[in-house]
Design a protein around this ligand. Structure first.
Ligand code: AGP
Length: 369
């Protein structure tokens, strides 16, 4: 097992650091920047279905559901297709309205999640075209879906999903870009820019991973906190949910993720000097509004850990700690902002002597209801 961990203390840390290559493997052969092409067989073969889709319904659970939420923002922005993101477990039991004009995208790292499988069977029985985004090749979900695209992240052993999440977002972004080009919903300069920027993401993840020691220091300060709040907006709202899920799963600290603007509708009541608040405050994403949320947290003495774009000035003045990430297009920023949140949960869990790779009560894939 020690050999399999490749010199890392845990699979989770190894998998966090594998992300630059995992993302490269995901887009290899699919993202052809020089030709300005995105090529994915499963999408090309079913282009008509995608182009005729009146809506995309994403079904997934847990972290895969969070990737689906990120894709909602991306599909709507790039390809102007309405998207609904559903917990597979709810979808399967509520007699959902599905027609042949719907494209259902099922996302699953393991390809074995029982609720997601049941949602796929239901969607198929109603005539929808079902497209799978799975990591495990030959898994049950990859066989049950009508077509699909693998994430090619390599085996993910840690129960807390990390590289599966970023590679799922990568695949979904590629699909959205392909559809945007086919539908003409993105200007060609914007389209090319996003292809170029996506190609640069692995390097930027590498750079983001250099914050490792700094995140470790922050973790030591907050390891005994009993609650955490995570805030983000737009493309980074689902990242806040994902950051909170990671912390809960492996450190057993209660954490909640919220869209930053919802703070004043309730969670703000929780903020006092005991409450660490992780805020994703990158420059392009509603920056001014998030800065004003940070001011509100500060005036209530909350402790602010902010994820900012390199060179940031305003948030630095307000926050207790800042973690810098390289600048990128806003739609691609979740691939970067999620990295420090993974590291934060990892180091806090290690410092609390938790079983990081096999947290209590959790299984890698939930194959029963
Ligand atoms: C993530 O850290 C979780 N352990 C869990 O939420 C997971 O994402 C969920 O069970 C879905 O699994 P899947 O992607 O294999 O379907």
């Amino acid at each position: 097992e020690q050999i399999e961990k490749g010199g890392y203390d845990h699979f989770m840390l190894k998998e966090i650091f594998e992300q630059p290559n995992a993302i490269r493997d995901t887009y290899r052969g699919r993202l052809l920047v020089n030709e300005a092409i995105v090529k994915m067989a499963g999408v090309e073969d079913n282009m008509k279905k995608f182009l005729n889709a009146e809506r995309i319904i994403v079904v997934a659970c847990g972290t895969s559901w969070h990737a689906g939420l990120v894709s909602e923002y991306i599909f709507e922005e790039f390809a102007r297709i309405p998207v609904e993101v559903e917990y597979a477990s709810e979808f399967r039991y509520r007699n959902p309205i599905i027609t042949e004009k719907d494209v259902v995208i099922a996302i699953s790292q393991s390809g074995e999640t029982a609720d997601t499988m049941a949602a796929i069977k239901l969607a198929k029985s109603k005539g929808a075209f079902v497209f799978g985004v799975c990591n495990v090749v030959g898994s049950s979900i990859s066989r049950e879906t009508d077509a699909g695209a693998y994430t090619h992240a390599g085996p993910e052993i840690g129960v807390a999903s990390t590289k599966a999440f970023t590679t799922q977002i990568t695949v979904l972004t590629l699909i959205a870009l392909r559809l945007a080009r086919a539908k003409g919903t993105m200007s060609s300069s914007d389209y090319r820019l996003h292809l170029q920027e996506l190609e640069l993401i692995p390097e930027k993840v590498e750079k983001t991973l250099l914050s490792d020691d700094h995140v470790k220091e922050i973790s030591a300060i907050y390891k005994d906190a009993t609650n955490f709040l995570y805030l983000g907006r737009g493309f980074n709202f689902p990242v806040a949910l994902e950051g909170a899920l990671k912390l809960k799963e492996i450190s057993y600290i209660h954490a909640e993720g919220y869209p930053a603007a919802e703070m004043k509708h309730g969670p703000i009541a929780l903020i006092d000097e005991q409450m660490p608040v992780v805020v994703i405050a990158t420059r392009k994403g509603h920056y001014e509004k998030v800065v004003s949320n940070i001011q509100e947290i500060k005036s209530r003495k909350g402790k602010i850990i902010a994820i900012v774009t390199e060179g940031d000035v305003s948030v630095k003045e307000l926050a207790d700690h800042v973690i810098e990430i390289p600048a990128s297009e806003e739609a691609l920023s979740p691939l970067l902002t999620t990295i420090p949140l993974q590291l934060l949960s990892y180091y806090i869990a290690v410092m609390r002597e938790c079983n990081v790779d096999q947290p209590r009560n959790l299984a890698k894939s939930v194959t029963v209801e």
